[in-house]
Design a protein around this ligand. Structure first.
Ligand code: SF4
Length: 357
């Protein structure tokens, strides 16, 4: 029988477990610090009693996903293809940003949402990731950085503050895997370990309404939310995100607006700009009308071409025109520089590989 995974345990669960074995519960904070704050992959021997060490390392599985390939882009973005214990693979992307990095996590093997602009969507859903498979993507990515980027960065060597943000924008619809994603976020936020601030974690959704309703009902920590909008017009949005037929944008927005937000938080709307499809002045005005009264940031993303699709990236002048129109309504927006598109690591370009085939 397979051992349970250590990286599936929340801090409170670990404390309770140690207590139930009559072991010192302070071992939980030592283990969290060792494996999450310092991201060590070897045993924690210092400060931990022999009995606790024996119990933890004999009971739990600490196996991490294996890096199959690490492809580096000209702009220093890195796409890791990770092999999970059952042979399935997912991709994790490390995105550089002013000497720090964002880690783009996958939450599922494949995805059921079938967005027409997305490479992942073409493979269908194989399975959800467990929370340990989500959390361990960060440990693997951080250790890759430690080995491959430490020396080249001199004074800004890889340290605890190297990871600036975590975005659930890799393979999968995170809210379709609500329980495991929620648990992984609880682990990422825990002050004894990774200790990420809520404002440093973003969940991106295509508008999966059942997951959004659970966010409201089930005490989801109030991390940032990003909605893939891509068009305010039902006909166009249906073509890009078939989920919109089942869960129309109006219903999705109604729930999103009820999600409690901290002072500095806002809803991010992701808008892929596709040439001659959703990048006209009319599209920009309709988008502005939809979001103008909301606390929002518009992320404009020139489409990243993927094999086999006829969609094309918007021309630069249309991207700028779109932004100018939003600004005329005083809607904050930014044009997201496409990172890693030469290695198919940009938005919508990720796909698992079947290593068993
Ligand atoms: S864009 Fe996101 S939700 Fe849509 S198919 Fe791709 S991974 Fe799934």
């Amino acid at each position: 029988m397979q051992k349970p995974h250590f990286y599936d345990l929340t801090y409170n669960h670990l404390v309770t477990l140690l207590e139930s074995k009559e072991l010192n519960p302070t071992g939980a904070s030592k283990l969290f610090r060792w494996h999450y704050k310092f991201k060590k992959t070897e045993k924690c021997e210092l400060e931990l009693s022999k009995a606790t060490q024996e119990f933890i390392y004999e009971t739990f599985n600490f196996q991490l996903p294996e890096i199959v390939t690490a492809v580096e882009s000209d702009d220093q973005t890195v796409k890791l293809l990770l092999k999970l214990s059952d042979g399935e693979t997912v991709e994790t992307v490390i995105i550089p940003f002013q000497n720090k990095y964002s880690i783009c996590l996958s939450s599922q093997v494949g995805c059921a949402m079938k967005c027409s602009f997305c490479y992942t969507g073409t493979q269908g859903l194989k399975r959800h990731l467990n929370s340990h498979e989500i959390v361990s993507q960060i440990i693997v990515a951080w250790n890759w950085l430690l080995i491959h980027r430490s020396s080249s960065e001199g004074s800004s060597a890889i340290g605890q503050k190297t990871i600036k943000s975590i975005v659930f924008m890799g393979q999968g619809e995170p809210l379709h895997n609500f329980d495991q994603v929620k648990k992984s976020i609880e682990i990422l936020l825990d002050q004894h370990g990774f200790s990420f601030g809520k404002e440093r974690i973003t969940i991106s959704t295509a508008g999966y309404l059942p997951g959004l309703k659970r966010w409201l009902a089930d005490d989801m920590p109030n991390v940032n939310i990003a909605l893939s909008l891509h068009s305010p017009m039902a006909e166009k949005r249906n073509k890009l995100i078939p989920l919109n037929l089942r869960y129309p944008l109006e219903e999705v927005l109604e729930i999103i607006e009820q999600i409690p937000m901290q002072k500095k938080q806002f809803i991010t709307f992701e808008y892929l700009l596709i040439d001659e499809f959703n990048d006209s002045s009319d599209d920009a005005h309709a988008t502005a009308q939809l979001v103008k009264d909301k606390k929002t940031l518009m992320n404009l993303i020139p489409f990243n071409p993927i094999p086999g699709l006829t969609f094309k990236r918007s021309r630069d002048e249309n991207v700028q025109n779109f932004k100018n129109i939003l600004e005329s309504y005083k809607i904050p927006s930014m044009i997201r520089t496409t990172k890693g598109d030469d290695i198919l690591a940009a938005c919508g370009q990720l796909k698992s590989k079947n290593l068993n085939a």
